[in-house]
Design a protein around this ligand. Structure first.
Ligand code: 13P
Ligand code: SF4
Length: 363
Protein backbone atom coordinates (compact mmCIF):
# COMPACT_ATOMS: atom_id res chain seq x y z
CA UNK A 1 0.00 0.00 0.00
CA UNK A 2 1.13 3.51 -0.67
CA UNK A 3 2.34 5.60 2.26
CA UNK A 4 2.73 9.32 1.64
CA UNK A 5 5.95 10.79 3.05
CA UNK A 6 5.68 12.11 6.60
CA UNK A 7 5.20 15.85 7.06
CA UNK A 8 8.60 17.55 7.53
CA UNK A 9 7.91 18.17 11.23
CA UNK A 10 7.84 14.40 11.88
CA UNK A 11 10.51 13.35 9.42
CA UNK A 12 13.09 15.45 11.26
CA UNK A 13 12.26 14.42 14.85
CA UNK A 14 15.17 13.21 16.97
CA UNK A 15 14.84 9.93 18.86
CA UNK A 16 14.27 11.78 22.16
CA UNK A 17 11.74 14.20 20.69
CA UNK A 18 9.76 11.33 19.17
CA UNK A 19 9.81 9.40 22.45
CA UNK A 20 8.55 12.37 24.46
CA UNK A 21 5.83 13.29 21.99
CA UNK A 22 4.62 9.67 21.75
CA UNK A 23 4.46 9.49 25.56
CA UNK A 24 2.55 12.73 25.76
CA UNK A 25 0.05 11.82 23.03
CA UNK A 26 -0.52 8.43 24.64
CA UNK A 27 -1.10 10.04 28.02
CA UNK A 28 -3.60 12.50 26.51
CA UNK A 29 -5.49 9.68 24.79
CA UNK A 30 -5.52 7.56 27.98
CA UNK A 31 -7.88 4.59 27.79
CA UNK A 32 -9.08 5.67 24.32
CA UNK A 33 -6.03 4.02 22.75
CA UNK A 34 -4.36 0.62 22.99
CA UNK A 35 -0.96 0.06 21.38
CA UNK A 36 -0.05 -3.44 20.23
CA UNK A 37 3.55 -4.33 19.31
CA UNK A 38 4.73 -7.45 17.51
CA UNK A 39 7.96 -9.00 18.86
CA UNK A 40 9.83 -7.97 15.68
CA UNK A 41 9.33 -4.27 16.35
CA UNK A 42 12.36 -2.22 17.35
CA UNK A 43 12.88 -1.33 21.04
CA UNK A 44 11.89 2.32 20.46
CA UNK A 45 8.42 1.08 19.50
CA UNK A 46 8.08 -1.79 21.97
CA UNK A 47 8.64 0.59 24.90
CA UNK A 48 5.29 2.24 24.09
CA UNK A 49 3.30 -0.98 23.56
CA UNK A 50 0.55 -1.93 26.02
CA UNK A 51 0.78 -5.50 24.74
CA UNK A 52 3.52 -7.27 22.89
CA UNK A 53 3.22 -10.71 21.40
CA UNK A 54 3.20 -13.07 18.47
CA UNK A 55 0.44 -13.06 15.86
CA UNK A 56 -1.85 -15.34 17.84
CA UNK A 57 -1.52 -13.47 21.11
CA UNK A 58 -1.96 -10.05 19.49
CA UNK A 59 -5.09 -11.23 17.64
CA UNK A 60 -6.52 -11.98 21.09
CA UNK A 61 -5.09 -8.86 22.75
CA UNK A 62 -6.78 -6.68 20.12
CA UNK A 63 -10.08 -7.64 21.72
CA UNK A 64 -9.21 -6.90 25.32
CA UNK A 65 -10.32 -3.28 25.43
CA UNK A 66 -13.72 -2.83 23.82
CA UNK A 67 -13.89 0.58 25.52
CA UNK A 68 -10.94 1.94 23.50
CA UNK A 69 -11.68 3.97 20.39
CA UNK A 70 -8.38 3.18 18.71
CA UNK A 71 -6.06 0.21 18.38
CA UNK A 72 -2.68 1.26 17.06
CA UNK A 73 -1.05 -1.83 15.57
CA UNK A 74 2.73 -1.72 15.47
CA UNK A 75 3.20 -4.70 13.21
CA UNK A 76 2.39 -5.40 9.58
CA UNK A 77 -0.69 -4.96 7.40
CA UNK A 78 -2.23 -8.44 7.75
CA UNK A 79 -2.07 -8.11 11.55
CA UNK A 80 -3.92 -4.77 11.49
CA UNK A 81 -6.52 -6.25 9.12
CA UNK A 82 -7.03 -9.21 11.47
CA UNK A 83 -7.47 -6.82 14.41
CA UNK A 84 -10.08 -4.87 12.44
CA UNK A 85 -11.96 -8.06 11.62
CA UNK A 86 -11.92 -9.27 15.22
CA UNK A 87 -12.90 -6.02 16.96
CA UNK A 88 -16.24 -4.25 17.23
CA UNK A 89 -17.12 -1.76 14.46
CA UNK A 90 -16.81 1.30 16.71
CA UNK A 91 -13.06 0.64 17.17
CA UNK A 92 -10.67 1.99 14.58
CA UNK A 93 -7.46 0.12 13.84
CA UNK A 94 -4.46 2.21 12.82
CA UNK A 95 -1.30 0.98 11.07
CA UNK A 96 1.27 3.77 11.58
CA UNK A 97 2.98 3.12 8.23
CA UNK A 98 0.91 1.72 5.36
CA UNK A 99 4.07 0.43 3.68
CA UNK A 100 4.52 -2.12 6.49
CA UNK A 101 3.37 -5.18 4.57
CA UNK A 102 4.65 -8.77 4.54
CA UNK A 103 6.43 -10.09 1.46
CA UNK A 104 5.27 -13.63 2.22
CA UNK A 105 1.62 -12.57 2.47
CA UNK A 106 2.01 -10.97 -0.97
CA UNK A 107 3.03 -14.33 -2.48
CA UNK A 108 -0.61 -15.49 -2.68
CA UNK A 109 -3.53 -13.46 -3.98
CA UNK A 110 -7.21 -14.24 -4.35
CA UNK A 111 -7.06 -14.59 -8.10
CA UNK A 112 -4.29 -17.20 -7.89
CA UNK A 113 -5.88 -19.10 -5.03
CA UNK A 114 -9.27 -19.23 -6.81
CA UNK A 115 -7.51 -20.50 -9.91
CA UNK A 116 -5.75 -23.20 -7.89
CA UNK A 117 -9.04 -24.17 -6.22
CA UNK A 118 -10.75 -24.46 -9.60
CA UNK A 119 -8.03 -26.79 -10.91
CA UNK A 120 -8.10 -28.91 -7.76
CA UNK A 121 -11.90 -29.07 -7.82
CA UNK A 122 -11.69 -30.67 -11.25
CA UNK A 123 -9.58 -33.46 -9.74
CA UNK A 124 -11.31 -33.96 -6.38
CA UNK A 125 -14.69 -33.21 -4.84
CA UNK A 126 -14.19 -29.71 -3.36
CA UNK A 127 -15.46 -30.88 0.05
CA UNK A 128 -12.45 -33.23 0.28
CA UNK A 129 -10.02 -30.26 0.21
CA UNK A 130 -9.77 -28.12 3.32
CA UNK A 131 -8.10 -24.74 2.80
CA UNK A 132 -5.89 -23.44 5.60
CA UNK A 133 -4.32 -20.02 5.39
CA UNK A 134 -1.51 -18.80 7.58
CA UNK A 135 -2.53 -15.55 9.27
CA UNK A 136 0.22 -13.95 7.12
CA UNK A 137 -2.24 -13.42 4.26
CA UNK A 138 -4.66 -10.81 2.97
CA UNK A 139 -8.15 -10.54 4.50
CA UNK A 140 -9.82 -11.79 1.31
CA UNK A 141 -7.86 -15.05 1.58
CA UNK A 142 -9.04 -15.44 5.16
CA UNK A 143 -12.57 -14.97 3.79
CA UNK A 144 -11.83 -17.60 1.13
CA UNK A 145 -11.03 -20.23 3.77
CA UNK A 146 -13.85 -19.12 6.08
CA UNK A 147 -16.39 -19.48 3.30
CA UNK A 148 -15.17 -22.97 2.37
CA UNK A 149 -15.13 -24.56 5.82
CA UNK A 150 -11.40 -24.04 6.36
CA UNK A 151 -9.45 -22.07 8.93
CA UNK A 152 -6.78 -19.48 9.53
CA UNK A 153 -3.78 -20.55 11.63
CA UNK A 154 -0.68 -19.01 13.14
CA UNK A 155 2.66 -20.60 13.92
CA UNK A 156 1.35 -21.08 17.49
CA UNK A 157 -1.56 -23.33 16.60
CA UNK A 158 -0.63 -24.66 13.13
CA UNK A 159 -0.42 -28.35 14.24
CA UNK A 160 -3.81 -28.21 15.99
CA UNK A 161 -5.38 -26.31 13.08
CA UNK A 162 -4.01 -28.67 10.42
CA UNK A 163 -4.98 -31.75 12.42
CA UNK A 164 -8.49 -30.32 12.69
CA UNK A 165 -8.52 -29.63 8.93
CA UNK A 166 -7.51 -33.21 8.14
CA UNK A 167 -10.44 -34.35 10.25
CA UNK A 168 -12.76 -32.33 7.99
CA UNK A 169 -11.55 -33.63 4.63
CA UNK A 170 -8.95 -35.76 2.90
CA UNK A 171 -6.31 -33.18 2.01
CA UNK A 172 -5.18 -29.72 3.00
CA UNK A 173 -4.41 -26.80 0.74
CA UNK A 174 -2.01 -24.71 2.85
CA UNK A 175 -0.99 -21.18 1.86
CA UNK A 176 1.05 -19.05 1.54
CA UNK A 177 4.05 -20.45 3.49
CA UNK A 178 5.24 -23.81 2.19
CA UNK A 179 7.75 -24.12 5.05
CA UNK A 180 5.27 -23.72 7.89
CA UNK A 181 2.96 -26.12 6.05
CA UNK A 182 5.71 -28.71 5.59
CA UNK A 183 7.08 -28.41 9.11
CA UNK A 184 3.58 -28.71 10.52
CA UNK A 185 2.82 -31.81 8.45
CA UNK A 186 6.06 -33.39 9.64
CA UNK A 187 5.15 -32.59 13.28
CA UNK A 188 1.92 -34.50 12.66
CA UNK A 189 3.85 -37.54 11.38
CA UNK A 190 3.60 -37.04 7.60
CA UNK A 191 6.43 -37.53 5.15
CA UNK A 192 7.74 -34.27 3.64
CA UNK A 193 8.30 -35.87 0.24
CA UNK A 194 5.74 -38.69 -0.09
CA UNK A 195 2.76 -36.86 1.38
CA UNK A 196 3.34 -33.31 0.18
CA UNK A 197 3.54 -31.41 -3.10
CA UNK A 198 4.32 -27.76 -3.76
CA UNK A 199 1.86 -25.65 -5.75
CA UNK A 200 3.53 -23.09 -7.99
CA UNK A 201 0.79 -20.60 -8.91
CA UNK A 202 2.58 -19.73 -12.14
CA UNK A 203 2.37 -23.24 -13.63
CA UNK A 204 -0.54 -25.43 -14.77
CA UNK A 205 -1.59 -27.80 -11.97
CA UNK A 206 0.91 -25.92 -9.83
CA UNK A 207 3.73 -27.73 -11.66
CA UNK A 208 2.47 -31.19 -10.59
CA UNK A 209 1.08 -34.23 -12.32
CA UNK A 210 -2.49 -35.32 -11.60
CA UNK A 211 -1.03 -38.48 -10.12
CA UNK A 212 1.13 -36.57 -7.60
CA UNK A 213 -1.75 -34.34 -6.59
CA UNK A 214 -4.04 -37.31 -6.03
CA UNK A 215 -1.49 -38.93 -3.70
CA UNK A 216 -0.77 -35.78 -1.69
CA UNK A 217 -2.22 -35.07 1.75
CA UNK A 218 -0.70 -31.60 1.72
CA UNK A 219 -0.72 -29.15 -1.18
CA UNK A 220 1.73 -26.47 -0.09
CA UNK A 221 1.70 -23.05 -1.71
CA UNK A 222 5.05 -21.95 -3.09
CA UNK A 223 5.56 -19.03 -0.71
CA UNK A 224 8.24 -18.28 1.85
CA UNK A 225 9.55 -15.68 4.27
CA UNK A 226 12.69 -14.02 2.98
CA UNK A 227 13.93 -13.41 6.54
CA UNK A 228 13.58 -17.01 7.71
CA UNK A 229 14.66 -18.64 4.47
CA UNK A 230 18.12 -17.16 5.06
CA UNK A 231 18.90 -19.53 7.90
CA UNK A 232 20.92 -22.60 6.90
CA UNK A 233 22.01 -25.97 8.27
CA UNK A 234 25.64 -24.80 7.83
CA UNK A 235 24.99 -21.94 10.27
CA UNK A 236 23.65 -24.45 12.80
CA UNK A 237 26.69 -26.70 12.33
CA UNK A 238 29.00 -23.72 12.79
CA UNK A 239 27.19 -22.63 15.96
CA UNK A 240 27.47 -26.15 17.39
CA UNK A 241 31.18 -26.29 16.58
CA UNK A 242 31.99 -22.88 18.02
CA UNK A 243 29.71 -23.14 21.08
CA UNK A 244 29.72 -26.72 22.40
CA UNK A 245 26.45 -27.36 24.24
CA UNK A 246 24.60 -24.57 22.41
CA UNK A 247 20.83 -25.02 22.02
CA UNK A 248 19.39 -23.99 18.66
CA UNK A 249 15.85 -22.62 18.39
CA UNK A 250 14.26 -21.45 15.14
CA UNK A 251 10.93 -20.22 13.80
CA UNK A 252 8.92 -22.81 11.80
CA UNK A 253 9.00 -20.47 8.78
CA UNK A 254 12.58 -21.76 8.35
CA UNK A 255 13.13 -24.60 5.88
CA UNK A 256 12.41 -28.21 6.81
CA UNK A 257 16.16 -28.99 6.87
CA UNK A 258 16.87 -26.12 9.29
CA UNK A 259 13.97 -27.03 11.57
CA UNK A 260 15.18 -30.65 11.63
CA UNK A 261 18.74 -29.59 12.46
CA UNK A 262 17.56 -27.30 15.30
CA UNK A 263 16.77 -28.46 18.84
CA UNK A 264 13.50 -26.56 19.11
CA UNK A 265 11.16 -24.57 16.93
CA UNK A 266 8.15 -22.41 17.62
CA UNK A 267 6.43 -19.07 17.25
CA UNK A 268 8.13 -15.90 18.44
CA UNK A 269 6.29 -16.23 21.76
CA UNK A 270 7.55 -19.83 22.17
CA UNK A 271 11.12 -18.77 21.31
CA UNK A 272 11.02 -16.03 23.95
CA UNK A 273 9.46 -18.28 26.59
CA UNK A 274 11.89 -21.16 25.96
CA UNK A 275 15.00 -18.99 26.24
CA UNK A 276 13.65 -16.97 29.18
CA UNK A 277 12.82 -20.11 31.16
CA UNK A 278 16.13 -21.85 30.36
CA UNK A 279 18.83 -22.46 32.97
CA UNK A 280 21.19 -19.55 33.66
CA UNK A 281 24.53 -20.05 31.95
CA UNK A 282 23.04 -21.76 28.88
CA UNK A 283 23.85 -20.67 25.32
CA UNK A 284 21.19 -20.11 22.63
CA UNK A 285 21.50 -19.68 18.88
CA UNK A 286 18.25 -18.24 17.57
CA UNK A 287 16.91 -18.36 14.02
CA UNK A 288 14.49 -15.49 13.73
CA UNK A 289 14.32 -11.73 13.21
CA UNK A 290 17.14 -9.68 14.70
CA UNK A 291 15.18 -7.15 16.80
CA UNK A 292 13.67 -10.03 18.74
CA UNK A 293 17.03 -11.77 19.14
CA UNK A 294 18.84 -8.65 20.33
CA UNK A 295 16.10 -7.83 22.86
CA UNK A 296 16.10 -11.43 24.07
CA UNK A 297 19.86 -11.21 24.62
CA UNK A 298 19.45 -7.96 26.57
CA UNK A 299 16.62 -9.32 28.71
CA UNK A 300 18.56 -12.50 29.52
CA UNK A 301 21.96 -11.30 30.69
CA UNK A 302 22.46 -14.61 32.56
CA UNK A 303 22.56 -16.48 29.22
CA UNK A 304 24.43 -16.19 25.94
CA UNK A 305 21.94 -15.48 23.17
CA UNK A 306 22.93 -14.80 19.56
CA UNK A 307 21.45 -14.85 16.07
CA UNK A 308 22.27 -17.87 13.87
CA UNK A 309 22.89 -15.59 10.91
CA UNK A 310 25.99 -13.41 11.31
CA UNK A 311 24.58 -11.00 8.70
CA UNK A 312 21.98 -8.94 10.52
CA UNK A 313 18.54 -9.86 9.21
CA UNK A 314 15.73 -7.51 10.16
CA UNK A 315 12.27 -7.86 8.68
CA UNK A 316 12.43 -4.76 6.52
CA UNK A 317 8.67 -4.24 6.50
CA UNK A 318 8.25 -4.53 10.29
CA UNK A 319 11.08 -2.01 10.53
CA UNK A 320 9.01 0.56 8.64
CA UNK A 321 7.12 1.32 11.86
CA UNK A 322 9.55 4.06 12.80
CA UNK A 323 8.88 6.11 15.98
CA UNK A 324 8.20 9.19 13.79
CA UNK A 325 5.29 7.32 12.16
CA UNK A 326 3.93 6.25 15.53
CA UNK A 327 4.19 9.84 16.77
CA UNK A 328 2.39 11.14 13.66
CA UNK A 329 -0.39 8.54 14.00
CA UNK A 330 -0.94 9.23 17.72
CA UNK A 331 -0.87 13.02 17.44
CA UNK A 332 -3.47 12.79 14.68
CA UNK A 333 -5.67 10.78 17.03
CA UNK A 334 -5.30 13.53 19.64
CA UNK A 335 -6.27 16.09 16.98
CA UNK A 336 -9.32 14.02 16.03
CA UNK A 337 -8.05 13.37 12.50
CA UNK A 338 -7.20 9.63 12.42
CA UNK A 339 -4.74 8.61 9.70
CA UNK A 340 -3.99 5.16 8.24
CA UNK A 341 -7.23 3.56 9.39
CA UNK A 342 -7.35 -0.07 8.21
CA UNK A 343 -10.86 -1.01 7.19
CA UNK A 344 -11.68 -4.43 5.80
CA UNK A 345 -14.80 -4.23 3.57
CA UNK A 346 -17.89 -5.69 5.35
CA UNK A 347 -18.38 -8.34 2.64
CA UNK A 348 -14.85 -9.67 3.20
CA UNK A 349 -15.09 -9.26 6.97
CA UNK A 350 -17.94 -11.70 7.41
CA UNK A 351 -16.20 -14.87 6.20
CA UNK A 352 -12.73 -13.71 7.24
CA UNK A 353 -14.10 -13.56 10.78
CA UNK A 354 -15.41 -17.11 10.41
CA UNK A 355 -11.84 -18.22 9.60
CA UNK A 356 -10.23 -16.16 12.36
CA UNK A 357 -12.81 -17.16 15.00
CA UNK A 358 -12.12 -20.79 14.15
CA UNK A 359 -8.40 -20.16 14.48
CA UNK A 360 -8.91 -18.80 18.00
CA UNK A 361 -10.72 -21.97 19.09
CA UNK A 362 -8.04 -24.31 17.72
CA UNK A 363 -5.44 -24.22 20.48
P1 13P B 1 4.72 -15.18 15.02
O1 13P B 1 3.24 -15.38 14.99
O2 13P B 1 5.48 -16.37 15.47
O3 13P B 1 5.06 -13.97 15.82
O4 13P B 1 5.21 -14.95 13.55
C1 13P B 1 4.86 -13.83 12.80
C2 13P B 1 5.71 -13.65 11.66
O5 13P B 1 5.45 -12.91 10.77
C3 13P B 1 6.93 -14.43 11.65
O6 13P B 1 7.65 -14.11 10.57
FE1 SF4 C 1 6.42 -11.46 6.75
FE2 SF4 C 1 8.74 -12.73 7.12
FE3 SF4 C 1 8.46 -10.23 7.97
FE4 SF4 C 1 7.18 -12.24 9.20
S1 SF4 C 1 9.40 -11.91 9.10
S2 SF4 C 1 6.31 -10.25 8.65
S3 SF4 C 1 6.71 -13.56 7.45
S4 SF4 C 1 8.40 -10.94 5.82
Amino acid sequence: MYQAPLPEEYATLTKEEARERIRKAKETLGSRVVILGHHYQRDEIIEHADYRGDSFKLAKDANRHPEADYIVFCGVHFMAESADILTPDHQKVILPNLAAGCSMADMANLFQVRNCWKQLSELFPPESIVPVTYINSAANLKAFVGERGGTVCTSTNAPVAVEWALGQGERVLFFPDQHLGRNTGVKLGFDPYEDMVVWDPHRPLGGNTEEDLKKAKFILWKGHCSVHQRFTVEQIEKARKEHPGVKVIVHPECTYEVVQAADFNGSTEVIIRTVTEAEPGTTWAVGTEINLVQRLAKENPDKTVFCLDPMICPCSTMYRIHPSFLCWALENLVAGTPVNVIEVPPKVKHFAKTGLDRMLTLI
